[in-house]
Write a new protein. Structure first.
Length: 422
């Protein structure tokens, strides 16, 4: 190659590098757990197309939200730069109380036309800590009740007329359990992380873990006892003798050996695929008390960490996109979560068509009006509290502890670990 050609090649190579760097005038850094990485990559790719010159970077994240939080806290402590956004399913309180997450209320107040301001209330409620909003949810997983149509029929019940309250659900589970081994009548996921299982049952019965001012635990209450009686009912419907973990129960339901599975909506797609043509997976909304009942939900919540005003604008723009019709469609297509912004669902024929092809989606969407966030108690002892809760829930569903004993024991053991506000 001649000297002239080598010079031309060098110039072309440098020009290409400069062009590549110039193509992305801004880079948005997002930290997330590994369970949300793929979803964010898909949303990020669509965001880049809609916003030429912006690059969305989503590094591989840890599987544990606790590991992610510890990494970000370490970086903040030693002065390392934080990502522009963090996306987690729980632990919002930690980011707010450590002053890492940016409060979103001023943005909402300054511009009520933002999608985050006009979106379904659950979008904001899932990011609420106390009286302020520190995050916006972009997808949701709710508790649901899954039925095996084949076992419902074999037990003498009508798959087209499924029960909608706990008395009916548990009565059907007991009937299915009488079909005998290897069939298990019913199973409720009592070992969900972050005490989510207790929150499902407490809130759906009109209660809460603590009162609004966080001055008192509310486990030893009518709602708490009702929650424990549901667990006992599943134990009596076969779960006590099944000796299965949550993941094993999901596999067993998909294999056709559990009649009723109370758990998270993120299981629906897996169960439908695994069931194939052997039986229909029928999903019903989680039973909720008409007066004051709500449901705790999981799902990705986006929080702004950057304190730079210009980067905050870019981060907010990404959140707006994720809440819009295209972003919500990607949530439905690329994850086990469901879209939660009803405005975007109504505005998108493609998304409405997609959800219409999923009849079980109604079990989730019909509960968005009572959906709330994933509550965490104040103070640094939440992980210990969650472990205590899970231990007692498993004892109740295993018929090793009476409901009335469990609510008193939980109150006694948790109260010293909670920073009660006086």
């Amino acid at each position: 190659m001649s000297s002239f050609k080598r010079v031309l090649c060098s110039i072309s190579f440098v020009a290409a590098l400069l062009a590549a760097n110039a193509a992305f005038s801004e880079t948005l850094e997002i930290a997330a757990g590994s369970d949300n990485t793929k979803l964010l990559e898909h949303i990020g790719a669509a965001f880049e197309i809609a916003n030429p010159g912006v690059k969305v970077n989503v590094p591989p994240g840890p599987r544990s939200y606790d590991d992610l939080a510890q990494d970000l806290l370490r970086r903040a402590t030693i002065g390392q730069p934080l990502p522009d956004l963090v996306v987690v399913g729980s632990g919002q309180r930690l980011y707010a109380e450590r002053s890492l997450a940016v409060e979103l209320d001023p943005f909402i107040a300054a511009n009520p036309e933002l999608e985050i301001a006009r979106a379904s209330p659950v979008v904001r409620e899932k990011g609420r800590v106390g009286k302020a909003i520190y995050g916006a949810a972009i997808g949701v997983a709710t508790p649901t009740i899954l039925f095996n149509s084949d076992l419902v029929g074999k037990a003498g019940s009508d798959p087209n007329n499924l029960p909608t309250d706990w008395d009916g659900v548990l009565a059907l589970a007991r009937k299915i359990n009488r079909l005998g081994p290897p069939i298990v009548g019913g199973y409720i996921e009592a070992d969900g992380g972050g005490a989510i299982s207790l929150l499902w049952l407490l809130q759906s019965n009109g209660g809460s873990l603590m009162n609004e001012d966080e001055t008192r635990l509310q486990i030893d209450t009518p709602a708490g006892r009702a929650a424990m009686n549901v667990l006992k009912g599943f134990g009596e419907a076969g779960q006590a003798t099944a000796a299965m973990t949550r993941d094993q129960a999901r596999q067993a339901f998909a294999a056709g050996t559990i009649g009723v599975l109370a758990g998270t909506s993120s299981t629906i797609a897996f169960a439908e695929k695994a069931a194939g043509n052997r039986f229909k997976v029928l999903a019903e909304p989680f039973p909720v008390k008409p007066e004051g009942g709500t449901i705790a939900t999981a799902g990705p919540i986006t929080s702004i960490l950057t304190k730079d005003p210009e980067r905050q604008k870019l981060a907010l723009k990404f959140i707006e996109f994720a809440l819009g019709p295209r972003g919500q469609q990607i949530v439905a297509e690329s994850s086990g979560y469901y879209p939660l912004n009803q405005r975007s669902i109504n505005a998108s024929p493609e998304l409405k068509s997609l959800l219409a092809q999923r009849p079980n989606a109604n079990a989730v969407l019909s509960r968005l009006d009572v959906a709330t966030g994933w509550y965490a108690p104040p103070g640094p002892n939440a992980p210990r509290i969650f472990t205590i809760v899970t231990d007692h829930l498993l004892r109740v569903v295993g018929l090793k502890e009476a409901p009335e004993v469990a609510v008193k024991a939980l109150t006694k053991e948790i109260e010293p670990l909670v920073n009660i506000r006086r």
